[in-house]
Design a protein around this ligand. Sequence first.
Ligand SMILES: Nc1ncnc2c1ncn2[C@@H]1O[C@H](COP(=O)(O)OP(=O)(O)OP(=O)(O)O)[C@@H](O)[C@H]1O
Length: 598
Amino acid sequence: MKRLAFLVPAAVAAWLLPYGLGGYSMHVVAVALIFAILAIGLGLTMGVAGQINLAQVAFFGVGAYTVAILCTRAGFGFWSAAALALVVAAVFGVLVGIPALRMQSHYLGIVTLGLALAFTNWVTNATVAGRAEGISDIPVPVLFGLELSSAYLFYYVELVVFALALAFALFVTHSPLGRRLRAMRDDDLAAGALGAEIPLLRMTAFVLSGLYGGLAGVLYAGLIRFVAPESFNIANMFLLLAMVIIGGRASILGCVIGALALAAVREALLDVSAYAQLGYGVVVVLVVVFAPTGLAGLPHQLRRLLRRHRPGERLRLGPFEPFDQAEPAASEEDVLEIAGVTMRFKGLVALDDVSLGVPAGQIRGIVGPNGSGKTTLFNVISGFYVPSAGKVRLRGRDVTGARPYRLSQAGVARTFQNLRLFDDLNVRENILIGLDRTRTAWIWRYLALPWKVFGYERALGARADEIIARFGLTGFAGAVPRELPYGIQRRIEMARAMAMSPSLLLLDEPAAGLNGEEVRQLAEIVRSIRDSGVTVVVIEHNMGLVMSLCERITVLAGGKVIADGTPAEVAVAPAVVQAYLGDSMAAPTETAVEEATR
Ligand SMILES: Nc1ncnc2c1ncn2[C@@H]1O[C@H](COP(=O)(O)OP(=O)(O)OP(=O)(O)O)[C@@H](O)[C@H]1O
């Protein structure tokens, strides 16, 4: 809230601005506001959701041309044409978003650029769009009987639309939806495993961008009352990109500041526009290299630099507070059943007819030499891979090939061998991603019932604080995971997985990189998780831990199950001894067996 305090004087200044400006300057300001709305839309896809979008200028054109065509060729009034233009721009957002379902990064950039070029090409050649000459007789918009023919009057309409558009974008980015979009930008695989419906989220980002582009186009058509292809060309797309990158693409306010600042600079450099383009390019490169978070990120970058030079107190991980014990499972049914699963990667068979069942409330260990298929098995269970053959069942329900977010919603949580925390989110936000169990379809509430979203966010916050305290992470709630020691990061990943209230928890090498004391605490945490009613499957190379923690162990070698039984049974199984003898990893030791059988 404190950070938004400057909005009040900014709003007053914006309201009074026309009193001190001449006609031409007023026109420049009105165009700058349009660019600011466009930049917010681009910030939502590129900055917040991490989707390369070079079609924003086409969304802009779709909005402007739809109004122009409907008003001049179909007899629509300005506002009804404007409403339809928003719908058309949103549909165009869906079309541009479709490639994002299959490709990312520069491939997506090329495709969206191609779609933008196709749009400019079409309006330059289509008779209905007035070809290269454009459409010039768009009627003056009339509002409450007032003709908005002057830039002064139109400015106030724009200002209100801009304020609402900005408020909505800030609301979305600071809500569960915005947090999910940022998590997707950071690591879409992990976000999917935590319940984010990645395809729908990507589409949502493009539809939002389409709406903001369309809105800017409608205002442009109302202000200039003339549309022509050159206003929506690639040069303007790159100007828009420069605005967003210089301002700070991940921050909505940064995008606005970048747009307003560059619109003013562009005006000042009109006489030397050929060199100005070069200048923008140089500034963009400098920003990307020296201040990747743009102007908006500078205060944060400075604060971090200052903090690094201040000797701070070393925060310690707090004690873990055990979960409440649950009643022992009433049914004997397996929570997880793997039946004849085979996973082939081209010529390589990573899993070969693997079958196993894990009953409710068990801690099951999966061990095996490097490359024996343990992580592949987890990837199949959590939906990252669709097995070449065989079935995966959860409480008897066939979930083979289900997407990670569906499995997450069905109660499967996992951690990763190489830790996949969201590094652009702080620890509390990481936990909040795990806690948020809503479907993307829930987003209609953002428009219809925004107060419900605030209420939900508050409830999530309270639960996040509980989990953070339970896992002894209170001192780190506001920290960025990558700046924390490895042992703490492992604890955060475990807390994030438990935030999902899973019924099945898959832990992939949770003891990797931990010291002796941390391994002891890990065992205590896993036992408490099991006692709370969660079934746990753990891949681990630390044999002492596996032997003491797991009630039953499945041993994989070369993608096959070579042994399955209690720790004491598998430790002496000839096939296991044989498999481990050829590996650099230590075989289950006698001490470990003794420990397990004690
Ligand atoms: N996406 C993939 N494409 C091709 N091969 C893969 C893929 N994923 C795994 N593999 C191969 O499958 C085999 C099993 O790998 P996996 O990571 O499951 O082993 P692991 O038992 O988890 O090993 P580690 O203990 O080293 O983590 C390896 O030979 C690996 O190279």
